[in-house]
Design a protein around this ligand. Structure first.
Ligand code: S3P
Length: 163
């Protein structure tokens, strides 16, 4: 079953995905990066030119495609759980929610021009709070990542997978 990493912007979905790829020797794809390659555009340009709902549709098409192709590990984008059909698809995978307190995430994402939704502290915090239930709903398991190293988080995921 495909392992899908979910969580807010800055929660290390890409970094942990890469670490798991190395540790498990499995095929890993970063969905945002895959969308950029397939569409020949940066995520920020897709948002600017076509809008968020168009981007959410692309997320759906490519997530479905990668799961059907049997890709073993997928790092998703932070907003994937906002689309009900994506959440439903994630619930059928081994979906892992990387959980952090908001302030840690904010420090990592503030001022990042490549993230079109990384705006002010208040706006981001509202977005974060509105999404908490959605991550919980889409996830099979939640990993509390606070104060843990990349390696420790990956080990915890591997221990969960062996159960
Ligand atoms: C988004 C998160 C981004 C990217 C896009 C939208 C979001 O991915 O998919 O900018 O809505 O939270 P990361 O979580 O990898 O930053």
């Amino acid at each position: 079953m495909t392992i899908c990493l979910i969580g807010f912007m800055g929660s290390g979905k890409t970094t942990i995905g890469k670490e798991l790829k190395e540790m498990l020797g499995k095929k890993w794809i970063d969905l945002d990066e895959y969308i950029e390659i397939q569409e020949g555009k940066k995520i920020s340009d897709i948002f600017e030119q076509k809008g968020e709902s168009y981007f959410r549709e692309l997320e759906h098409i490519y997530l479905k495609q990668l799961i059907n192709e049997g890709v073993e590990i997928i790092s998703t984008g932070g907003g994937i759980i906002t689309t009900p059909k994506n959440s439903e698809m994630l619930q059928k995978t081994c979906s892992i929610y990387l959980e952090y307190p908001f302030d840690v995430l904010y420090q990592r994402i503030e001022g990042d021009n490549n993230r079109p939704l990384a705006t002010s502290y208040e706006a981001l915090k509202t977005r974060f709070l509105n999404r908490l239930d959605l991550y919980e709903k889409a996830a099979q398991v939640k990993i509390n990542c606070r104060d843990k190293s990349i390696n420790e988080i990956a080990q915890e995921i591997i221990t969960y997978l062996k159960k």
